[in-house]
Design a protein around this ligand. Structure first.
Ligand code: XIL
Length: 395
């Protein structure tokens, strides 16, 4: 008999902890799948952006001096995010690489062409790790290429031409990925924060401006043809935070369903924070859309350390220390919200929960809404070590 005892500590992974309820996904930054050369090149762009930011910095009461940390080069070899992405999650989505601006380009001959290299890389990663994959996103007012709304002379393109370009995009993506994609964000962020109806041209949607209000319905009908087996999602932020926006989305969906539009799922982005919203509002939101017979998925969750209560007045909190007390509070928030998710999954409404990133180092919240203010909204710290919130969720 072996004189040494082997102690096997069996710790459940994140997705295993919820396998009876919902898939647990993560947004994957393309950077973590890059090789060392690509990472070094990407870092040069980041440095240039930082220098620009420094040059154009204007002091505010919260940030009287430029004290933002310089970007650090990415480590050589695999970053911790990559191993965690493969082991802790059973669903992935590209943080940027499947947006229209990343894949749909105009060549020097004026003809559109597609670059699927980064999207393919994520698809291959997902296949290798036996994970499902989502597509984010087909129609969005942000991160769309500028050329798509313009004629060769820079004037505004006609409705017919823009419809053709959009259809070409949707059907080309569908042809390539339809068998690999479990759900598609067909339309992203279409509800205005001003009046809670469809975001229009004055509110930065060139889709609405040129195609008119029925672009949403049309995009869903085309997506249904292009991705016949995927679930079709309308995705937006602050639905759990702002009751008026939640209602606005409800009205839009009710009309869409009456018109026979094939939307089947509402995506709640859930970029929430350490104070807001209370879990009761999250529950109410999920159940409201469930009452329409729709499924709900949480598409981009993180819990920021900053509530920024006065952000409507343009005021933001200065950088704070992430004390053990604050990290424990974040863990409490994650835990109570995931308990609510379990309840809504049992009710048959909630299907997936996706976090918008893996380690705090890579979170987009380090630059948003305050450039340079680092945040700590995810389940793993900058080095990839599990935070209190992770331990609390894996039980
Ligand atoms: C963000 C990415 O995380 C950033 O890297 C990028 O610079 C901007 O976009 N809502 C969405 C996501 O639907 O696509 C956004 O992702 C975050 C807000």
């Amino acid at each position: 008999m072996n004189q040494f005892f082997t102690i096997i500590i069996s710790m459940k992974t994140l997705f295993e902890s919820y396998k009876d309820y919902f898939r647990v996904g993560a947004a994957i930054s393309g950077i973590i799948l890059m090789n060392d050369e690509e990472k070094a090149e990407h870092f040069e762009h980041m440095k240039a952006r930082y220098e620009d930011f420094k040059k154009n910095f204007k002091p505010t009461p919260e940030f009287p001096e430029f004290k933002f940390p310089e970007p650090k080069p990415f480590p050589k070899g695999d970053m911790p995010d990559k191993e965690l992405a493969a082991s802790q999650f059973n669903l992935v989505v590209a943080e940027n690489e499947c947006k229209m601006g990343s894949v749909y380009h105009k060549g020097p001959d004026g003809k559109p062409f597609f670059d699927f290299a980064a999207a393919d890389r994520l698809r291959d990663f997902a296949k290798k790790n036996r994970q499902d994959m989502r597509w984010h996103t087909l129609v969005w007012h942000n991160q769309s290429p500028k050329w798509i709304f313009e004629n060769a002379d820079g004037s505004k393109v006609s409705k017919d031409e823009l419809e053709d370009r959009l259809k070409n995009y949707i059907f080309t993506v569908g042809e390539r990925y339809r068998d690999d994609i479990c759900s598609v964000d067909v339309v992203n962020e279409c509800i205005s924060d001003k009046n809670f109806v469809l975001r229009d041209g004055a509110d930065r949607s060139q889709w609405f401006d040129i195609l008119g209000p029925d672009y949403v319905d049309k995009a869903f009908f085309w997506a249904k043809e292009a991705f016949p087996k995927s679930s079709l999602v309308i995705n937006d932020y602050n639905l759990e935070m702002v009751p008026g926006k939640r209602e606005g989305m409800y009205k839009l969906l009710k009309g869409m369903l009456e018109r026979g539009v094939p939307v089947d799922t509402v995506g709640l982005q859930m970029h929430i924070n350490i104070e807001y919203p209370p879990v009761s509002e999250i529950e109410k939101t999920i159940e409201l859309y469930g009452s329409l017979g729709l499924k709900v998925i949480v598409t981009e969750m993180e819990i920021s350390m900053y509530a920024d209560k006065e952000q409507n007045e343009g005021k933001f909190e200065p950088r704070k220390e992430y004390t053990p007390e604050l990290l424990a509070k974040q863990a409490d928030r994650y835990e109570e919200i995931f308990e609510c998710f379990k309840k809504e999954a049992r009710a048959g409404i909630l299907k997936d929960v996706i976090l918008w990133g893996i380690t705090d180092r890579m979170s987009w919240k380090n630059g948003f809404p305050v450039p340079g203010r680092t945040d700590a909204p995810l389940l793993f710290d900058g080095e990839g070590k599990p935070k209190a919130a992770f331990d609390r969720l894996c039980k």
